[in-house]
Design a protein around this ligand. Sequence first.
Ligand SMILES: [Fe+2]
Ligand SMILES: [Fe+2]
Length: 152
Amino acid sequence: MADDKIPIDDLNLLLAEHRALLTKIAELREWATAVGEHGIPRFGEMGTRMEQLRDRLRTHFEEEEKGGYLSPIVEIAPRFAKEIEELGGQHGELLLTLDRFIARLHETEPPFASWQQAMREFEEFIGALRQHEGRENTIAQAAYGQDIGAAD
Ligand SMILES: [Fe+2]
Ligand SMILES: [Fe+2]
């Protein structure tokens, strides 16, 4: 089944995009922490920055879903099919959660008791996203290393 190999470029692209997303998230967190230290909340600006993250995430998810979500991995390592299906279902939920957060950040009177409360919500979202991406990394590397590496 030599033709079924996951192209190394695809795997590397996925991992590189995940790293780029982590960098983006780290920048956002740094900015939000600095705002917290200055003591004046900037909910609207956080909303705009989160919009940029959402657009980027949407593109990333679309890329992963092209031709069937992580389909090259399902083909080569069917034992991950169930977990991959579960992860695929998270894309919509993650975007919806982010959209709701953004909408509240942009309200004339944002419904957050404090900047810290908005930060907690931000961290909660980031935690869920990181977990999602981390599981994808683990699956992709396991599929590549065990199912393809072993065949070489
Ligand atoms: Fe994903
Ligand atoms: Fe991903």
